[in-house]
Design a protein around this ligand. Sequence first.
Ligand code: COA
Length: 249
Amino acid sequence: MSESVVTETVAAGVMQITMNRPDRKNALDRASYAGLIAALAAAEADASIRAVLLTGAGGCFTSGNDIKDFAIAAASGEGPRIAIDFLTAISTARKPIVAAVEGFAVGIGTTMLLHCDLAFAGEGATFRLPFVTLGLSPEGGSSYLLPLVAGAKKAAELLMLGEAFGTEAAMQAGLLNAVVSQGTALDHALGKAKALAALPPESMALTKRLLKRGTDNAVAETIAIEAHHLGERLRSPEAMAAFAAFLKR
Ligand code: COA
């Protein structure tokens, strides 16, 4: 498993998955996605694991897709395939996932919260969906799920303007269960993950499946449609210019 993603059993039945590139604000490169996919698969395959705790190292959730890696993947023609594979894995996971957010949750760092069952953020956490800003387009089923959970106007505001927003707006947008004191999101989320892990696993899995029954087909379809557009947008002059501007800051 890649060092950029660390997994450990932190309590009975709870696997913690940590995005771990703190010097890059846990930006997700291809190795990170491969690590996340492997970690989720390991959790699914291990009967002793009953809940997943997802977090980031160094007081940051994740700054989203690694922009340098985006540029490389665009140039090589590989596109966003591995990011999409991760989104497919997290959106179809059968075991409950609890997110603990501190610091930044940008791009896919915000959209992956739509696929976590519970999400907690420390005060001061900052969210952002800068897809248009970067010449890109939404991913992770967010063009479908965000209007559903946040309402059409709020989803348009967040996805079209791409401005940073705080925990209060994230709560209002339906991205979080609760905001806790800064630095305590992981403890809080661990408590909830332990509680989930202590409950009957078959009933838990059935409840998760039923909760997603109304949206899972549309989410899968949206992820695929968004992936097609994102693959094209990655190669666009607008995206190239935005990547170059970020990389030469
Ligand atoms: N891709 C690649 N490198 C990234 C990155 C990303 N998504 N996010 C941060 N980094 C790098 C920075 O370039 C910087 O590198 P350096 O030390 O070599 O200069 C390092 O990580 C630390 O980030 P920095 O920008 O100095 O931290 P900050 O606290 O001032 O700002 C962010 C944090 C997340 C607001 C800012 O880094 C940012 O906007 N990142 C890009 C987010 C983004 O657009 N993601 C893609 C979404 S689709």
